[in-house]
Design a protein around this ligand. Structure first.
Ligand code: FAS
Ligand code: PHB
Length: 390
């Protein structure tokens, strides 16, 4: 068996890369460890940059997104009882973000892949990239108990933070950078109307809270919790009460409560692996980097990597040029590190750190006061939130 590009992982990175390469006539195989249902059961990101929307449109996977996605032209910061709206449209010359759940993006991409007839193997166990430092890489896996193997030209490691791709790179060839935050986010998805028509990021002395949504009838809320916390420790009433304590009174009064359809805790970390290319193996998305979800960058950074990698591989197959694949890692990492800075800065501003000194708490106050008083500061935030250019 042989494929031009083997993609490991059928999350947003792998599926979007597969769609763009297939569209260019490049033969791909996607290998996914979990079942289709398991991948779709994950509740994750909710905000798409306009660049991500553009890539999905280019891939021919944006029809439902155009119908059901909610265009947002601003969001609010609550901080120490003050309410500050960040007017994305005014601050970025007309740009916006789209609220549309990652689960739906993944579903649309999976349906598109199935309709295209391009192969994707779910429940592929022990997927392992081989010989990617040389000219003849191959990938092995187990499928229904049978050992399988395919030769290929390139391998795209789109298998997330815990995947096999980055783990297959020799320690001498990779450098990692990491910050683990001393807290997590307890997230609740509920079929109740959102408390506000725009997202609200709240920095409160009790901790961070975020009011987001999936539609006019489905809300997504988060509260900062201990890193070692567990969802079972929170009754529904405890969650709703804590959320309202951390919001301004107007927003709190508009919170409609209801039974969660999903409740989970996500750890927060900043992580980058350098480089993102090892011979004929490329890392993309969470396989290469993780951001705290505060800046809504995780999924969107993955899309940025896919933009660079898909263009590089199409150039290789269509023009025989290796310029794009040789430039991939440096180009992707420049944008990754800017998003890491943005996500780290917003997390530092809005979360309560038990170890904060009085000086550090004053720095949080001063950071918010600068945003409230400086259009230039708000513009920098807005430009990062809608997405830096590719
Ligand atoms: P993914 O992790 O989504 O996909 C990787 C895929 O590879 C998975 O399907 C996995 O099963 C598969 N895989 C792993 N190992 C494999 C192997 N050995 N062989 C084959 N397949 C393998 N981002 C936001 O912007 N906002 C959020 O609120 C947010 N919340 C998050 C909550 C959680 C719990 C997590 C983990 C992440 C969250 N993120 C959020 C970030 C998230 O959206 C990622 O950025 C996004 O899923 C990245 O997509 P992928 O790179 O495709 O990685
Ligand atoms: C979400 O809707 O899940 C969401 C939105 C914005 C974020 C993080 C998560 O910054």
């Amino acid at each position: 068996m042989r494929h031009q590009v083997v993609i490991i992982g059928a999350g947003p990175s792998g599926l979007l890369l597969g769609a763009l390469l297939h569209q260019a006539g490049i033969d791909t195989l996607i290998l996914e460890r979990q079942s289709r249902e398991h991948v779709l059961s994950r509740i994750r990101a909710g905000v798409l940059e306009d660049g991500t929307v553009g890539l999905l449109r280019k891939a021919g996977v944006a029809e439902r997104l155009a119908r059901e996605g909610l265009v947002h032209e601003g969001f609010a910061l609550n901080f120490a009882g003050r309410h500050l709206r960040i007017d994305l449209r005014a601050l970025t010359g007309g740009r916006s973000v789209t609220v549309y759940g990652q689960t739906e993006v993944t579903r649309d991409l999976m349906d598109h892949r199935a309709a295209s007839g391009a192969p994707v193997i779910f429940d592929a166990r022990d997927v392992t990239p081989h010989d990617f430092e040389g000219p003849n890489p191959h990938v092995t896996w187990t499928e229904d108990g049978q050992a399988r193997r395919t030769a290929c030209d390139f391998i795209a490691g789109c298998d997330g933070y815990h995947g096999a791709s980055r783990a297959s790179v020799p320690a001498r060839a990779i450098e990692t950078f990491e910050r683990v935050y001393p807290f997590g986010w307890l997230g609740v998805l509920a079929d109740v109307p959102p408390c506000s028509h725009e997202l609200i990021y709240a920095g409160h002395e009790r901790g961070f809270a975020l009011c987001s949504m999936r539609s006019a009838t489905r809300s997504r809320y988060y509260v900062q919790c201990r890193a070692d916390d567990h969802p079972a420790r929170w009754t529904d009433d405890m969650f709703w009460d804590e959320l309202r304590r951390r919001l301004d009174p107007v927003a709190a009064a508009h919170v409609v409560t209801g039974p969660p359809i999903e409740k989970s805790i996500a750890p927060l970390r900043s992580f980058v692996a350098e480089p993102m290319r090892f011979g004929r193996l490329f890392l993309a998305g969470d396989a290469a980097h993780i951001v705290p979800p505060t800046g809504a960058k995780g999924l969107n950074l993955a899309a940025g990597d896919v933009h660079y990698l898909s263009e590089a591989l199409v150039e290789y197959y269509q023009d025989g040029s290796e310029a794009g694949i040789n430039a991939y890692s440096a180009r992707a990492l420049e944008r990754v590190w800017k998003a890491e800075r943005f996500s780290w800065s917003l997390t530092t501003l809005l979360h309560r750190f038990d170890t904060s000194t009085p000086f550090e708490r004053r720095m949080q106050d001063a950071e918010f006061a600068l945003l409230a008083s400086s259009e230039a500061a708000r513009r920098v935030l807005a430009e990062n939130y809608v997405g830096l250019p590719y």
